[in-house]
Design a protein around this ligand. Structure first.
Ligand SMILES: Nc1ncnc2c1ncn2[C@@H]1O[C@H](COP(=O)(O)OP(=O)(O)OP(=O)(O)O)[C@@H](O)[C@H]1O
Ligand SMILES: [Mg+2]
Length: 339
């Protein structure tokens, strides 16, 4: 078992399932008769591993274990899970990010918010799919309809980008553009774009020479998709004003929390990518070196400024360039001062 899902709309042996929570066994697959996901149906149908028919991955979402009230064959809290189980759980969440990015590119999902700590692979996963899609379109000689905007955007900058990607099938990725959340005008534009309703009209209420000069109308219908990547955990924000806004955003779209909250989880994410052989591929560090570096990170997890894939790669570079001195270098450059 690797988590819990709420099935919004599905069926099992002619019985309808609406907004019910199940332990997930295996996520969405396409079979010869259509799409399905495999869940533990012990609590509801007295049978584990059942295939619930659903039309698309948008018909279910990952939910917290607390939302499940039924019986489970093998219920575990995160910290009781073995490392292997937890790694499978983490991998599943990133697969879900991959699947949902594809769904956005196919036009099946209109809005997705992804939250997770720095350096764990949010941008990498989304960009990988976007690049693939862009490649196909370039081959077909079509202008790419996807773009990743990073860092910051002014309100009018955001309006222009939304306009540029307003056609059906377009995807705008806002990567670490948290400034939007702290600006009333931008926030309202984002709310308009993420709204799950059919009609997503976006307005620019002020007189603007910039828009006039560029022939951009003061209002338009947004038919594209938006993926918003952030380090902010929406449900843990303290400021009540921001909290209200974030709740409004969350209720409008899919929200995927990658849940790498503990140091153990972060080390396991590093181990997961290392196990796939992808972590130090570019550096040409073999399995022994890989193990030495991860053990070093594990032993110093409280001292490192960040526990992430990014940090693992940084330390890998030192290991490669300074084989005799890399630990001292890593201590000086990667650890918090005073440690
Ligand atoms: N699946 C993967 N395989 C190999 N390398 C990866 C993978 N995912 C991420 N990385 C590498 O890990 C580093 C951090 O990834 P990325 O920039 O995607 O993190 P992030 O979660 O977007 O962080 P931030 O919140 O700071 O933007 C990058 O150097 C990236 O190349
Ligand atoms: Mg990123």
């Amino acid at each position: 078992m690797t988590g819990f899902v709420k099935i919004k709309n599905g069926s099992y042996r002619n019985q309808t399932i609406t907004n019910e929570v199940f332990p997930l066994v295996k996520q969405f697959q396409l079979g010869s008769k259509g799409g399905f996901i495999t869940v533990d149906g012990t609590g509801r149908f007295g049978k584990d591993k059942i295939r619930v028919t659903i039309a698309s991955p948008t018909e279910y979402e990952l939910v917290d274990a607390t939302e499940y009230t039924g019986e489970v064959a093998t219920q575990n809290e995160h910290n009781e899970q073995s490392d292997e189980e937890r790694i499978a759980d983490i991998a599943m969440r990133f697969e879900m990010l991959d699947t949902m990015t594809k769904a956005a590119l196919n036009g099946d999902i209109r809005a997705l918010i992804v939250s997770g700590p720095p350096g764990v692979g949010k941008s990498f996963t989304v960009e990988h799919q976007i690049e693939r899609a862009n490649l196909f379109q370039q081959v077909a000689n079509v202008k790419p309809k996807h773009e990743v905007v990073k860092g910051s955007a002014s309100a009018i900058g955001l309006y222009k980008k939304l306009y540029e990607y307003s056609d059906e099938g377009s995807v705008l990725v806002l990567d670490d553009v948290d400034s939007i959340l702290f600006d009333e005008v931008s926030l309202n534009l984002l709310k308009g774009a993420l709204d799950s309703g059919k009609n997503r009209k976006i307005n620019w209420l002020l007189e603007s020479r910039i828009l006039k000069n560029e022939d951009i109308p003061n209002s338009f219908n947004f038919k594209g998709a938006v993926i918003f990547l952030t380090n902010l955990k929406f449900d843990q924000v303290k400021s009540s004003k921001l909290k209200d806004h974030l709740e409004a955003l969350q209720s409008r779209c899919h929200y995927l929390d990658l849940t790498l909250d503990t140091q153990r989880d972060k080390i396991l994410r590093i181990k997961q990518i290392a196990k796939d052989g992808a972590l130090f591929e570019d550096l040409g560090i073999g399995s022994i070196g890989q193990e030495i570096i991860i053990d070093f990170m594990d032993a110093n997890k409280n001292k490192l400024r960040e526990l992430s894939l990014r940090m693992a790669i940084k330390i890998g570079q030192l290991y490669k360039s300074f084989p005799n001195n890399w630990e001292a270098m890593a201590k000086t450059t990667c650890m918090k001062s005073g440690s």
